[in-house]
Design a protein around this ligand. Sequence first.
Ligand code: NAP
Length: 301
Amino acid sequence: MRAVQFQEYGGPEVLGVGQAPEVHPGPGQVRVQVRASSVNPLDWKLRAGYMAQGKPLTSPGIVGFDASGVVDEIGEGVDDVAVGDDVFGLGSATAADQALLEVYARKPASVDWAVAAAAGVAAETSIRAFDLVGVTAGSTVLVDGGAGGVGAVAVQIAVARGATVIATAGPDNQDYLREIGATAVEYGAGVADRVRAVAPDGVDAVFDVAGKTPVADLLSLVREPAQVVTIARFDAGDSGIQLTTGRAATAGQALAETAALLENGALVIKVQTFPFSRAAEAHQISQSGHVRGKLVLIPES
Ligand SMILES: NC(=O)c1ccc[n+]([C@@H]2O[C@H](COP(=O)([O-])OP(=O)(O)OC[C@H]3O[C@@H](n4cnc5c(N)ncnc54)[C@H](OP(=O)(O)O)[C@@H]3O)[C@@H](O)[C@H]2O)c1
C-alpha cells in the first residue's frame, strides 16, 4: 500500500509517498480503506524528530493520527461495525491507503469524508478537555486559540453544550470566531483584560489550546487553577492547571457524540484538502501555527 512517509527526520521536504507493508487489525481494531486523513501538529513534530528523544529512525515513519474510511477488516472482538461500514476515528500511521483505527465511530452518510477525518483528534481532544473542567450548559468558557484545528471544533462543541464561549485568535480570524458562535477576542499582550471586558466576572473554565498566553493571565480569569486545562503547555510546573495528553477511556463515546454533532450541523469544520503527494505543503502550513480549521490529506486514486 502507499503511505505518506519519511525516511529521515527533517523538514516538510522529507515527506513523500512510498510503499509500506500491509497492516492487519489487532483485537478491538478495524482496518479501513482510507478516504481521508487529517494533519495535526503532532504529525510535523513526529516528522521533525521532536518525539524521538534523540533516537535514530530505524524504519520509515508514517504520519497521520486520524482518518475516515470504509471498514475492510475487523479485529477480534469487534462487533459494533462490519466490513463495508463507513467510519472515522483515531489511530496512527493513518495517512496511507489502509489504516488501523483503535477508536472509531460510524460516519453519518451526510458527512463528507474529509470533514469526518478532520473531526477525530480535534473533537476527542476537545471533549476530553471539557470533561476535565466541566463545560456544560450555562458555563462560560474561554478557548484560547479558537480558530485552529482543535480550537474551532472546541468552540462549537461548547456552544452545542449550551455554554457561553469566548475565544481568541489573531486579527484575521475574528470574524471566523463569531461565525462559529464565540465572542471573539484578540490574543497577545493584554488578552486577559480583553476577556474580562466581555466577561467581567471571569470565566468558569479556560481551554488553553495554543499554549502561548502566560499562565498567570489565564489563572487571573478563573477561581481555581484546576479550571484551566491545557493541551499544549508542558512547562506549567506546579501552577495547578491541568494538562491532558493521550486519549480518554471514553474516546469512543466522544466520537459518537461528534458524529451526531456533524450530522445535525452543530459542528461544521472548514477543511482544506491536499492529495497525499502534496503532504509536504500541508505540513508547511500546519507548522506556521496559523491554520484556520483543518488540513486534510486525500489518497490519490
Ligand atoms: N495534548 C493533546 O491531547 C493534544 C491534542 C491535539 C493537539 N494538541 C496540541 O495543541 C496545539 C494546537 O493544536 P491545533 O491542531 O489546534 O493547531 P493549529 O490548527 O495549528 O492551530 C493553532 C492555533 O493557535 C492559534 N494561536 C497562534 N498564536 C496564538 C497565541 N499567541 N495565542 C492564542 N492562540 C494562538 C492560531 O490562531 P491564528 O491562526 O488566529 O493566529 C491557531 O488557530 C498543538 O500544539 C498540538 O500539538 C495536543
